[in-house]
Ligand binder design. Structure first.
Ligand code: G
Ligand code: G
Ligand code: NA
Ligand code: MN
Length: 254
């Protein structure tokens, strides 16, 4: 309970720490970076999301935590160097519970964009499949409005949830992120690769960018490049890093 009130205070004071994990294209150039939250607790040290997201969920703070993260992430992203081609590195952030039906979310996004000076096309919102399952019609409409402005929605950990293909077509999803449990099997046997290929084909059919998560070896990268994956994230390229390190890495050309 003490942890819960400390977390509440940290969220209110916007004291959470963000690390960023790059997303790269076929050539290794950084095209996006995903904000991953950490909490620098005064006595317990640097805590990972696995240890405090459940506390946030229990205390009904997940939404305010996510909003705090997206504001901080957009503020950080405004200071990132440009990519070699002059474009911005897209900043991606996670929403544990997505409820665009909740106008709060759109207001939070709009004010964060205004404060940071970023544009709609500079952000990507990562959702999990469970957020879509019970999303009211109003939610899908809000997603379409934001997409029309240029924002992108990514479906995180794809393949681990229960979203039906029929349901998937109802939402304006731009990016499908293949869960790392599938990626880890692409070089260990035929069926592992077939599953990833099937997801990449689905992404293609839906007109989505396909990202592979958790790429750890060069061999996995080579295989993924051959089956219609477009972008990559994982330890082979980079672990999550501080904002300062990310800036240096982008400046160095990825
Ligand atoms: O950073 P790490 O690899 O430990 O992340 C563990 C989990 O925490 C991942 O599932 C990730 O999606 C989730 N996570 C990280 N940052 C955030 C955040 O800001 N909001 C939410 N809702 N989940 C996050
Ligand atoms: O749920 P989400 O995909 O956002 O979770 C991201 C989590 O995956 C973070 O905890 C991050 O540290 C972890 N991660 C990122 N890249 C790799 C990787 O290449 N291998 C493994 N095992 N974990 C990774
Ligand atoms: Na994510
Ligand atoms: Mn993921």
């Amino acid at each position: 309970l003490q942890l819960e009130s400390e977390l509440r205070a940290a969220i209110e004071a916007e004291e959470l720490t963000l690390h960023y994990q790059p997303v790269v294209d076929d050539t290794g150039v950084i095209v996006a970076a995903e904000a991953l939250v950490r909490w620098h607790h005064p006595e317990r040290g640097l805590l990972s999301p696995g240890s405090f997201l459940p506390v946030a969920a229990r205390g009904d703070m997940l939404r305010s935590l996510d909003h705090c993260v997206l504001r901080s992430a957009m503020r950080d992203a405004a200071s990132w160097p440009r990519r070699p081609d002059g474009g911005r590195v897209v900043v991606a952030f996670n929403l544990g519970e997505f409820s665009p039906a909740d106008h709060d979310f759109v207001e939070v996004l709009e004010s964060a964009l205004e404060e940071s000076g970023l544009g709609w096309s500079d952000i990507a919102v990562e959702l999990v499949e469970t957020s879509l399952i019970n999303l009211p019609t109003k939610g899908a409409e809000t997603m379409s409005e934001l997409t029309a402005k240029g924002a992108r929605f990514a479906l995180d950990d794809f393949g681990t949830g229960y979203s039906s293909l029929a349901r998937l077509k109802e939402f304006p999803i731009d990016i499908i992120k293949i869960d790392r449990s599938f990626v880890s099997e692409v070089t260990t046997g035929r069926s592992g690769l077939s599953v990833v290929k099937a997801i990449a084909d689905l992404a293609e059919a839906l007109g989505c960018t396909c990202t592979a998560e958790g790429v750890e070896t060069r061999e996995q990268f080579e295989v993924l490049r051959g089956v219609g994956v477009h972008t990559y994230q994982g330890w082979l390229f980079s672990r999550p890093m501080s904002c300062e390190r990310l800036c240096e890495t982008v400046r160095a050309g990825g």
